[in-house]
Unconditional design. Structure first.
Lengths: 333, 350
């Protein structure tokens, strides 16, 4: 808690303190329960300085709770984490001074102008006038908002809002930025543009902690962790995560009634997992070649007429379906 | 949400139906009996048996009676002069003093009307031989204190100070946090170095300032344009309104924290506003409330602040006379605002 008459850490130190920790984030045994419900179940992971770290998982898996603990907004039930070298429980204010945070809601004040939003966040982080002038110029250029300084934020298009939100979240030049599903609800062009910005930031040595449920975005990350029902079920580079699946054969089937085919395939011997991938059906048949698979016969017998059955390289999405299925099977046993 | 939509009109109907059109009864009455004879007792009984007056005290001096009125413990005083019975027996015309507190103009005008009726009926009882020309009668000498012309604006303006303060702070505060949560700015602000206390103070202060300007305007226009006489002290009124503002802000805060959308917050505020208006004595005198609803009025903070502002504004009543109302206001402020704060802390930690 800090009152206006107290000096912020920035003012007393003159400069944002640079973390001396080897890792931007170190998480050990982090756990959060709400009553009987275990939201995050004693997880461990590290995020290296300067990397883009992807934190993936379905809705309700504990992603947001983890981020909230790492940002020092809520206290862990047990375990802990150090973010930029600061303890999230005992030094949460230091943590919050040293991070940027942006969520899918683009948390800008809609009834303030672009400039007023920038001024507001500059005020919160205690930027000096000169520093603010410099950052404002940089953000307006980055977000392509020159000439729109006096427009109401609520009237901006989604892509602009998103880039302005990123600008506000990074106005104090944090070395670590949390992005909670930053691209959800944004059109593909704006998404690509946004990821270019993120790569530019990462190139300057900023660490990015990104959650997303777009699998194509996960491939932008240097490393990933996949959280499911409060536990981390896989972590590593995208390549490492896929490697686990490399010995399995993934069939890609093109046919009219994909959902109908899934009903037939699900739980059949010789089929590990069957799921929709866009309009196509993906089937993991385990480490057997296509020639020995019973899937084509099964489909024909059930009256389906597949237009095409082929092999595909496992994607991250295939890997995650596999991991989640394996997890469910474990729990069932 | 759905239940509120249907419960609200029913509650409003009950409140309006029962509160409006009910007679003012049980007016708090002090009896100053300087005579103490059976005839004097007959006067007192006539008042009490009419059902309109309820004896709450029997002060022995006019000064003690004045204190009761200052502290709002009595609204009417009946003063029976010494030698009342002697005059009756001598067949001379006698007088009964009726002192009415004019700070609540509605109750006051009703009370003086009833008192006149009661006194008129007394003449028949005390002077059975009315047929004879020489027989005297009982006269009511009505004296209205503080607001002799019984202008209703005189009791409305002080009440409006409190009511506008409540409307303004409770409504704006109830929207404040739910709006930020809807927009996501709340989530954003709590990952910045802003502290919880800073945030809350930042949220409260503008509304307090706005409310302060509003009541200053009402006060100025009320006293200068509407010529409402101000006999009170700004300190007493300010202290009461400040305590009341805390309660209203606390209620707004609670509504804002419990509501999921701004629409819900707006509904809840309206829902809370109706009983405040109906059951506090703001529009209708508390004495006209049905016995069943009356206890509810004790739970309505506006009830106490209305007594404070009206009594202070017109009668100049101070802290000593108004201590029970101040105590009630302080308890409300602590409980309501305290609950709002604890709710605020809890909600943000989960």
């Amino acid at each position: 808690m800090r009152f206006p008459w107290q000096k912020s850490a920035n003012e007393t130190r003159g400069e944002l303190p640079v973390a001396d920790a080897a890792h931007a984030i170190e998480v050990h045994g982090l756990r959060k329960t709400f009553g009987d419900f275990v939201a995050v179940d004693s997880i461990d992971f590290n995020v290296n300085q300067g990397e883009i770290f992807g934190f993936l998982g379905p809705n309700g898996s504990g992603k947001t709770t983890t981020i909230r603990m790492l940002c020092g907004v809520i206290a862990p039930t047990s375990g802990g984490a150090r973010v930029m070298g600061y303890d999230v429980t005992s030094e949460s204010e230091r943590v919050r001074e040293n991070i940027g945070y942006m969520s899918q809601k683009f948390s800008l004040f809609q009834d303030l102008t672009v400039d007023e939003n920038l001024k507001f966040y500059a005020g919160i982080y205690g930027l000096s006038d000169e520093k603010f002038a410099e950052r404002r110029e940089y953000i307006l250029t980055m977000a392509d908002l020159h000439g729109r300084e006096n427009e109401m934020t609520g009237d901006l298009s989604v892509g602009w809002k998103q880039r302005l939100a990123l600008g506000c979240a990074t106005i104090h030049e944090p070395k670590l930025i949390f992005l909670d599903e930053p691209t959800s609800g944004v059109d593909p062009t704006a998404r690509r543009h946004f990821w270019e910005l993120l790569h530019e930031l990462a190139a300057t040595g900023v660490t990015l902690f990104v959650t997303t449920h777009y699998m194509d975005e996960a491939t932008h990350c240097n490393r990933l962790a996949f959280i499911y029902r409060g536990g981390i079920i896989a972590a590593g580079t995208p390549g490492e995560i896929k490697a686990d699946l490399m010995q399995d054969t993934i069939l890609q089937i093109e046919l009219d009634d994909g959902e109908g085919a899934l009903i037939v395939l699900d739980g059949t011997p010789g089929v590990q997992e069957a799921y929709m991938q866009g309009s196509l059906v993906h089937v993991n048949i385990g480490p057997v070649p296509l020639a020995e698979s019973n899937v084509p016969a099964l489909l024909t017998d059930a009256g389906f007429a597949p237009r095409h059955i082929g092999l595909v390289e496992p994607t991250l999405e295939d890997a995650f379906v596999h991991l989640v299925t394996a997890q469910r099977t474990d729990e069932a046993l | 949400m759905l239940p509120i939509i249907f419960i609200m009109p029913i509650l409003q109907l009950i409140m309006f139906g029962y509160v409006i059109g009910t007679d003012v009864r049980d007016i708090r009455t002090a009896v100053v009996n300087h005579d103490g004879t059976p005839e004097a007792q007959l006067v007192v009984d006539s008042f009490v048996n009419s059902g309109y007056f309820k004896q709450v005290a029997a002060p022995t001096s006019d000064a003690a009676m004045q204190k009761l009125i200052d502290g709002n413990k009595a609204q009417v005083a009946i003063v029976i002069p010494k030698g009342f019975a002697d005059s009756v027996h001598a067949g001379r015309t006698t007088q009964v003093g009726i002192v009415v507190d004019g700070s609540d103009s509605k109750t006051a005008s009703v009370a003086s009307g009833y008192a006149g009726q009661v006194v008129a009926s007394l003449s028949k009882k005390l002077y059975p031989a009315l047929a004879s020309v020489s027989a005297g009668s009982v006269d009511a000498q009505v004296r209205v204190l503080f607001n002799p012309t019984l202008r209703s604006v005189n009791s409305m303006v002080p009440a409006l100070l409190a009511f506008i303060l409540m409307m303004s702070t409770q409504t704006t505060m109830s929207q404040a946090i739910v709006k930020e949560r809807e927009r996501g700015t709340l989530e954003q602000l709590f990952v910045t170095p802003i502290g919880r206390a800073e945030y809350l103070i930042g949220k409260l202060v503008p509304y307090v300032i706005i409310a302060f300007i509003q009541i200053t305007l009402v006060f100025t226009i009320g006293t200068f344009w509407f010529n409402v006489p101000f006999n009170g002290s700004l300190l007493v009124m300010g202290a009461g309104l400040a305590l009341f503002a805390l309660t209203a802000l606390g209620l707004g805060l609670i509504v804002s924290l419990l509501s999921k959308t701004r629409y819900q917050a707006q509904q809840a505020t309206t829902f809370l506003m109706v009983p405040s208006m109906m059951l506090s004595g703001f529009v209708f005198p508390l004495e006209s409330m049905p016995k069943l609803l009356y206890p509810i009025s004790y739970l309505i903070p506006l009830r106490y602040i209305l007594v404070i502002v009206r009594s202070n504004f017109m009668k100049g009543s101070g802290f000593i006379a108004l201590w029970p109302q101040f105590a009630a206001m302080a308890i409300f402020a602590i409980v309501v605002f305290g609950f709002g704060l604890s709710r605020f802390r809890k909600q943000l930690n989960d």
